[in-house]
Ligand binder design. Structure first.
Ligand code: PMP
Ligand code: GLN
Length: 395
């Protein structure tokens, strides 16, 4: 057999990787700030995740599921009991009946649910409206589908939805609008009136709504979560996305779900089955048995409201100006009385010099914005919050 090379050596050595599908994307701000917090030993109020553990009943349920032999592929859309419990819960909370078998799918976190919903609907050249600041996965997901992001800007301090601007942004090419309530990063929530206005603006169009509701159980001061599932005229055109990671303090499990009418869910599953196909089995069994008890999600608003109040009262007399925080586990603050640094630099300085990591809100916009606002995550043990507050309140 000849050992002569197939190609001349110069040709063999050279390899040009394909052009990037996401040329504008680098490492996410969450990863960057968490790494900096670890490196500097700062209290990490940047990336959104709890620094306390989940209920031990939940981890025991995973072990039990594994020991009971639930270790092979589950059905493609998820195990029936988990989907049944989700459909029952949505029905009880928001009054919309989803057929658990056809209209609910378990996903590998909300992130995969969002990406899959976008990939199954958005065609090259389609426009997708996002409200900025917005969660960082929306834009790349739209771009991977070949879609065009159309941002509608929300403004501090109250970040209300500008429905006139939304109506003006709609075009014959609009395929989708992405809604996120409670809202990351601002902590604002949509109200009944906002949902009704959205329904009015979209009436007579075929625009799909992708509703990111991962913080559905973090709504404070007795307010109601305005799920699109409550509004028939929106629910008929919507994917509703949620995440067990947020609700049960298990962000590392990456299990979430999507509910949508069958016409949308049929298309969703076509993409889902070739994207992850299924989501890990023992976690699904554990979550299904844990969901039998409503207390963990029912008690969540009170649990986080107390932490929000502790954090806010610790900063009340400081030079940080607190923005409203009606939902999520994030608190945004205006630091313009403390520093004139741009947000990115301020967040780095705060981490390195003061020992508290934060996220610059400018990271959630596609075009540079510098309003002097950073986001803190208060999903932390009280001792962690106290330690951060001591450092922040002195500024
Ligand atoms: N949407 C929003 C608004 C989020 O804050 C998060 C949390 N990172 C996600 C989606 C993703 O959730 P998951 O970790 O379940 O993928
Ligand atoms: N959702 C989390 C946040 O906003 C982070 C998730 C991630 O790191 N991608 O902080």
């Amino acid at each position: 057999m000849s050992t002569a090379p197939l190609f001349p050596s110069a040709a063999r050595a050279a390899f040009t990787p394909p052009p990037s599908r996401l040329p504008g994307v680098g490492t996410t701000i969450f990863t960057v700030m968490s790494a900096l917090a670890t490196e500097t030993g700062a209290v990490n109020l940047g990336q959104g995740f709890p620094d306390f553990d989940c209920d031990p009943r939940l981890t025991s349920a995973v072990t039990e599921a594994m020991q009971a032999g639930h270790n092979q592929y589950p059905p493609m859309p998820g195990i029936p009991l988990l989907r049944q419990r989700i459909a029952e819960k949505i029905g009880a909370l928001y009054g919309r009946h989803y057929d658990w078998n056809r209209e609910v799918t378990i996903t590998a976190g909300a992130t995969q649910g969002l990406l899959t919903a976008i990939l199954c609907c958005v065609h090259p050249g389609d426009e997708v409206i996002v409200f900025e600041p917005c969660y960082d996965s929306y834009r790349p997901a739209i771009e991977l589908a070949g879609g065009r992001v159309v941002p509608v800007c929300l403004r501090a301090p109250d970040y209300r939805i500008p429905f006139d601007a939304l109506a003006a942004a709609l075009s014959p090419r609009t395929r989708m609008v992405i809604v996120n309530t409670p809202h990351n990063p601002t902590g604002t929530i949509w109200h009944d009136d906002d949902m009704r206005q959205l329904a009015r603006v979209l009436d007579g169009t075929d625009v799909v709504v992708l509703s990111d509701e991962v913080y559905e159980h973090m709504v404070y001061d007795g307010q109601l979560h305005a799920s699109v599932a409550r509004y028939p005229e929106l629910a008929m055109r919507s994917f509703v996305v949620s995440s067990f990671g947020k609700t049960y303090h298990v962000t590392g499990w990456k299990v979430g779900y999507v509910a949508a009418p069958a016409s949308l869910m049929d298309e969703f599953r076509k993409v889902h089955q070739f994207n992850v196909f299924t989501v890990n089995t023992p976690m699904q069994h554990a979550l299904a048995s844990y969901m039998a008890d409503p207390a963990p999600w029912r008690d969540l608003p009170a649990f986080y409201q107390r932490k929000r109040d502790l954090f806010r009262s610790g900063l009340a007399d400081s030079r940080f100006r607190l923005l409203p925080a009606d939902g999520t586990y994030f608190q945004c603050v205006d630091y313009s009385a403390i520093s004139a640094l741009p947000e990115n630099e301020f967040a780095m300085w705060l981490t390195r010099e003061i020992g508290v990591a934060a996220i610059p809100v400018s990271a959630f916009y596609s075009t540079p914005q510098d309003a002097g606002i950073v986001r803190f995550c208060f999903a932390k043990q009280d001792a962690t919050l106290q330690q951060a507050l001591q450092r922040l309140a002195a500024l």
